[in-house]
Design a protein around this ligand. Structure first.
Ligand SMILES: [Zn+2]
Length: 262
């Protein structure tokens, strides 16, 4: 049975309380197309969280969107700003990809490319894509989405990247137009360093209040792993709530774009 925005809010519990409820803008119905896409874009490739995320999505026949740092499994990798959390490697990434999940690049070493000289930033992107070509079976860089670490890009990089990849994800707000040809810039929002669940609920509400749109929310680890985590059981409930809404489809970013071609 399909549910409504009101039910989504009700199921959200305390985080939805107190919000004024705008009129219902969608209702769905037999044969009506999906008008809202939700992508939770999981960064950093923590081993435990990634495996659990894939399991939670897989149980519902959904594909998770997992973005990993190309050198994170190498001995000399130094993690960025938060306490070290064990990372997955390409053995795991190949397993998850073979199971139908999306594994996409999140930089060679998680550098903030906005703070680097352009040539160095480009070199890191290309090294990242080279590792993916070599290590991830079936990886197609021309169909890939490059997910900027810290969602930090710059105009020159943004102009250059579409020659290398299908699209890139950077900062700029969570709600995008529905996938279309020529869409190379995806923007996202995030929340941290604490729990990001209330922020996800707020963004989903914003999405559902629109006639149509594509929410890309940048998540990280589950439970206590990484920056701005969410609880595994919240993720389970969230997917259940979203699946109950007729107009909503849950997709990884690359697959959403692949449907419309380049
Ligand atoms: Zn990251």
């Amino acid at each position: 049975m399909r549910s409504t925005r009101r039910e989504f809010l009700g199921a959200a519990g305390a985080t939805g309380a107190g919000l004024a409820l705008p009129p219902l803008l969608f209702g769905g119905g037999p044969g009506r197309g999906k008008k809202h896409i939700v992508t939770l874009s999981f960064d950093d490739g923590f081993r435990k969280s990634s495996a659990r995320t894939a399991e939670i999505y897989g149980k519902r026949k959904l594909s998770a969107c997992i973005n990993v740092v190309a050198s994170a499994h190498m001995k000399d990798f130094r993690p960025p700003d938060y306490p070290d959390v064990p990372r997955g490697d390409f053995v795991l990434w190949n397993e998850l990809k073979a199971a139908g999940h999306e594994i996409m690049p999140h930089g060679y070493r998680h550098a903030n490319k906005r703070s680097l000289p352009l040539a160095e930033a480009k070199d890191l992107v290309l090294r990242c894509l080279d590792v993916f070509d070599k290590e991830l079976k079936g990886f197609d860089r021309k169909g890939s989405v490059f997910n900027f670490p810290y969602n930090a890009s710059g105009p020159e990089l943004e102009a250059w990247l579409p020659e290398q990849v299908r699209a890139f994800r950077t900062g700029g707000g969570g709600i995008n137009p529905l996938p279309h040809k020529g869409q190379v810039k995806l923007t996202t929002t995030s929340f941290g360093p604490g729990n990001c669940e209330a922020a996800i609920d707020r963004e989903v509400e914003k999405l559902l209040a629109k006639e149509s749109g594509w929410l890309i929310f940048n998540t990280h680890g589950l439970d206590d792993e990484g920056w701005g985590p969410l609880r595994a059981d919240f993720l389970e409930r969230l997917l259940g709530r979203l699946l109950a809404i007729e107009s909503v489809e849950i997709l990884p970013a690359g697959r959403a774009l692949a449907r419309v071609g380049s």
